[in-house]
Design a protein around this ligand. Structure first.
Ligand code: KIV
Ligand code: NA
Length: 276
């Protein structure tokens, strides 16, 4: 299994880290069988699995519920679990308690936190000190979508780009083991990747990052209709599944399913005599 020092070694040797999200037992099993380096139990589960409009309604309980299923499905893979909206913003005590609960109950290898505010940085360093590895997340941080004013590329001005570089360095200094960069111009992501000694994992941040992460349901086109520009779908599950389900429904209606081979039988004489 991956660990902090192997991750650093991969960065030094320019071996890219392949990460994908997973939210349940089957997706975790398939991701592990595909040899991904890391699995993220993202709070994106709020959107792709639970049908919310954003990640904001996702709770600590949701993350634990899905995180447990993922670690059961991918026992030999490094699993990172997102801390959800506001679970690390009320106070340092609250953040540490929530982090500890998610980490212990899910049996994950690390947690991920968005942003680089004072409390977030303190939480990263205190969790790390307590033995919980932390992954940072900058650029488009979906838990702050309403502060950012929508899902859009971040760091497009000199001020915001400078801030992001400073934030990235502060996250590394706080002890984070890796940093996710979401929707960041390639040139800025490259610059951050070169300045940090921990690996950057990009999503919509170009090929210069030390790794890539995508959402499981996007990669497989599974239940999602519109894909962001940065996604490459490797399969169209929507089409395959829709057609399989329609065929099933038709065969039930047409009495073409079940067939003999799907059916259990006993000898007629074993059936009870029911009279009158
Ligand atoms: O929740 C998620 O899926 C994420 C990735 C997009 C990085 O945070
Ligand atoms: Na997330």
């Amino acid at each position: 299994m991956l660990n902090r020092s192997k991750m650093m070694k991969m960065k030094q040797e320019n071996e890219k880290i392949a990460m994908i999200t997973a939210y349940d037992f089957p997706s975790a099993k398939l991701a592990e069988a595909a040899d991904v380096d890391m699995i993220l139990v993202g709070d994106s589960l709020g959107m792709v699995v639970l049908g919310y409009d954003s990640t904001i309604p996702v709770t600590v309980e949701d993350m634990i519920h899905h995180g447990k299923a993922v670690t059961r499905g991918a026992k030999d893979t490094f699993v990172v679990v997102d801390m959800p909206f506001m679970s690390y913003h009320v106070s340092i005590e609250d953040a540490l308690r929530n982090g500890m609960e998610i980490y212990q109950k899910t049996n994950a290898q690390a947690l991920k936190l968005e942003g680089a505010g004072e409390l977030v940085l303190e939480t990263i360093s205190r969790l790390t000190e307590g033995g919980i590895p932390v992954v940072g997340h900058l650029g488009l941080t979906p838990q702050s979508v309403n502060v950012l004013g929508g899902y859009k590329v971040q760091g497009k001005s000199k001020e915001t780009a400078t801030q992001m570089i400073q934030d990235a360095l502060a996250i590394e200094k706080s002890g984070a083991i890796a940093l996710v960069l979401e929707c960041v111009p390639r040139e800025l992501a490259d610059m951050i990747s070169q300045r940090l000694s921990i690996p950057t994992i990009g999503i919509g941040a170009g090929a210069g990052c030390d790794g890539q992460v995508l959402v499981y349901h996007d990669v497989l086109k599974y239940g999602v209709e519109r894909l962001p520009k940065f996604v490459k779908p490797y399969l169209d599950n929507n089409e395959e599944i829709q057609s399989a389900l329609s065929t099933y429904v038709q065969e039930v209606k047409q009495q073409a399913f079940p067939e003999e081979q799907h059916t259990f039988t006993i000898d007629k004489h074993l059936l009870p005599d029911i009279k009158g």
